[in-house]
Every structure is written in structure tokens, then in C-alpha cells.
Write a protein that binds this ligand. Structure first.
Ligand code: SF4
Ligand code: SF4
Length: 347
């Protein structure tokens, strides 16, 4: 008998959950075509380890765990990343490092698998022919080689695949590749219309975004297949189904997107504009005065996410009567499939 494919569940926002996405620098050795790092808005400095640790204290909760995602640029370019990770663990953060796979400064030999909750690699194709035109020459070979080394050393690893029109039709080849590499989690992301993809679009070059039908035809079945192979899969909800409730993450959970110039956003869609809700000043987290992102979070519109409607209106399709064909979910709302093997282990 063939097992029924597993269906995804929507991971609702948990009140009180705190996720800190901390860009400790913006420098990077690659220049991916879809990079969203915006130095004029995010700063170019590399924060010292002492500053990173001081800033982490602003978000740490000694009474309960929080999640910390250390990002760049490329975070392993920071020579003190191992001591930052240790300091974060001592503050009860569950720590993930998002890397492009180059793992500078002998990273795998300076951190132990016990000290790091997840090491997350970015790959945008199942082979060099698809990945390298997006992420850079030889990046597939380097990333997969280091991924193998990390798995061999016992690190829990995940892979992030950013779906765009350039690679969506190759997504189906990822589950087997990830299984063979020993990866535990698979994050499928959707390309945003920010950074370089937005510039391309203005110039009439590549249209990066995928239309709703294409997304729905490809992503959920690939996610189900990956889960059947034992991978824990997460992908964005994007389109709400009729009857599903719209929620803005900023009204429920606590997400902080921290940049080296001290800007702290609550919504990732806002990061290209100086409308951050908070800033860090003299090692204190203070409100950013003015009309900022947080004024928009309580608004309710038929299209779903207000920021999406304001900043990426091309994402929304309308019927002849002017009503939106789909409501767009919060970009932080995820679908998840936990493989049956993991469920059994938890029983
Ligand atoms: S690895 Fe990340 S930060 Fe570096 S260029 Fe690519 S997308 Fe940008
Ligand atoms: S993406 Fe939309 S719904 Fe999500 S936090 Fe931003 S404004 Fe709120």
C-alpha cells in the first residue's frame, strides 16, 4: 500500500515567541543576483563582537528561550563568530547561522555541533548549472562540499532555497539531493521584490517572481515529497485560502530584524526604507519617532498584508469587480511538514 502524501499545516504565530534576525555585518564574498542587502539602508560596518553581545542582551530573556538567526552579508566573515555564538547560547538563545556555505575562518573547527542549533546553507539550484548563474561561479561546489563536511562533523544542517522564475522548475530535484547530503531541514523561500530583483524589473530585464498558479503547482508537492524522504520542510504560505484568518506577525509575535547601523525592524518587507520601528542608540533599544512601519500593522484591508499592497502591489491579482483574487498572507507565515519518522520519534 502506498502511504498518503503528508499535508502541510500552517504554523500560526505564537504569542510571546521571540525571533531575532541579527545582521552582524553586511559584507559578503558573493554577489548573488537576488541579494537584498542594501548597504545604504543597512550600513557597511562590521559590528565588533563586544557590540554584538551588548545588543544581544537587549533581546535576551533569561527566563525563557528565544531564537537567534545570525546573518550577514556572510556571517562567517566575522572572525569572532564562534565567541558570539557562545555568548548567545549563554543568554538562552537557540542559535542558527545562515551561511552561503563558504565557512570562513575555519568555522567548522572552531565551533562544536553542541554549541550551534542549526547551520543553514543557501543553495538556489540542485546543480551548478542552475545555482551558479544565480549565486556565483563555483558556489554550488563549495557550498555542497562544506555541507558534507558539516554533516560529517555532526552539525544539524538545513538548506534555504529561494524560489524564483529562474529556478522553480528545478526545485523538484532538491529533495533527493538534500537527502543524499544528510540535511535535516529544508526551507523553501519565495523571492521578494526587493534589492537587485526589483532593480532588474525596473530595467525590464528578468521577471523574477513566479505567478500564484506556478507556485501552487510546484511548491506544495515538492515539499510533500521532501517530507516523505524524511526532511522537515517549511515554506511560506503566501496565498491565504478562503476562510483563513489574516494575521500580521508584528501584532502577535516578536520579530526583530537588526542591522549594523542600529536599525531594528519588525517587518522584513520594510527593510529598504527608513521606517524601522526601533533603533539601538548607546546600547539601548529605543522607539524610532515618526510615521513608521508599526503604524501600518493594525490596518485591515481585503488584500491581506498592508505592506505587500504598498510595496509590492504587482503581487496582487484583481477580479473584474475589483476584489482581490487572493489575499496575501504575512510574509512570515509558514507552512510546515514534519516527516512521519520525526513524529514517531516524538511519540
Ligand atoms: S550570500 Fe547572501 S548576502 Fe551574500 S550576496 Fe548572496 S544573498 Fe547577498
Ligand atoms: S509582512 Fe505584512 S503582515 Fe507580515 S509583519 Fe509585515 S506588514 Fe505585518
Amino acid at each position: 500500500m502506498t502511504a498518503r502524501p503528508q499535508t502541510a499545516r500552517t504554523v500560526g504565530f505564537k504569542p510571546g515567541e521571540r525571533n531575532v534576525f541579527f545582521h552582524i555585518l553586511t559584507a559578503c564574498n558573493l554577489s548573488c543576483r537576488h541579494c537584498y542587502i542594501n548597504a545604504s539602508q543597512h550600513g557597511t560596518e562590521t559590528l565588533s563582537a563586544a557590540t554584538v553581545i551588548d545588543w544581544l542582551r537587549l533581546f535576551a530573556r533569561p527566563e525563557e528561550p528565544s531564537n537567534l538567526i545570525l546573518l550577514g552579508g556572510e556571517p562567517t566573515l566575522h572572525p569572532d563568530l564562534p565567541s558570539i555564538i557562545r555568548a548567545a547560547k549563554s543568554m538562552r538563545f537557540a542559535v542558527t547561522v545562515d551561511t552561503n556555505g563558504y565557512l570562513f575562518h575555519d568555522f567548522l573547527n572552531r565551533v562544536t555541533p553542541k554549541e550551534l542549533d542549526y547551520l543553514s546553507f543557501s543553495l538556489d539550484g540542485p546543480d551548478a548549472a542552475v545555482n551558479d548563474p544565480i549565486r556565483g561561479e563555483n558556489s554550488f561546489a563549495v557550498c555542497t562540499e562544506n555541507l558534507r563536511k558539516a554533516v560529517g562533523k555532526g552539525f544539524r544542517t538545513s538548506v534555504i532555497y529561494t524560489v524564483s522564475s529562474l529556478n522553480i522548475d528545478h526545485l523538484h530535484r532538491m529533495p533527493r539531493l538534500l537527502k543524499s547530503l544528510g540535511v535535516k531541514r529544508f526551507f523553501i523561500q519565495v523571492i521578494g521584490l526587493r534589492g537587485k530583483p526589483a532593480a532588474d524589473k525596473k530595467e525590464g530585464e528578468v521577471v523574477w517572481q513566479v505567478d500564484p498558479d506556478h507556485w501552487l503547482r510546484v511548491v506544495p508537492p515538492v515539499a510533500a515529497e521532501a517530507a516523505e524522504l524524511g526532511l522537515h520542510v517549511t515554506y511560506p504560505k503566501v496565498f491565504l485560502e478562503p476562510g483563513e484568518v489574516f494575521e500580521c506577525a508584528a501584532n502577535v509575535a516578536e520579530n526583530y530584524f537588526v542591522f549594523p547601523n542600529g536599525r531594528v525592524y519588525q517587518c522584513p518587507l520594510c527593510e529598504d526604507y527608513p521606517i524601522h520601528a526601533f533603533r539601538i542608540e548607546n546600547n539601548r533599544l529605543v522607539r524610532h519617532e515618526g510615521i513608521n512601519e508599526d503604524r501600518f500593522f493594525p490596518l485591515t484591508i481585503p488584500e491581506g498584508c498592508v505592506m505587500n499592497k504598498l510595496l509590492q502591489p504587482d503581487n496582487i491579482d484583481y477580479r473584474a469587480d475589483g476584489t482581490p483574487r487572493h489575499r496575501i498572507s504575512c510574509c512570515l507565515l509558514k507552512q510546515e511538514i514534519i516527516p512521519q519518522s520525526a513524529n514517531k520519534n516524538n511519540e
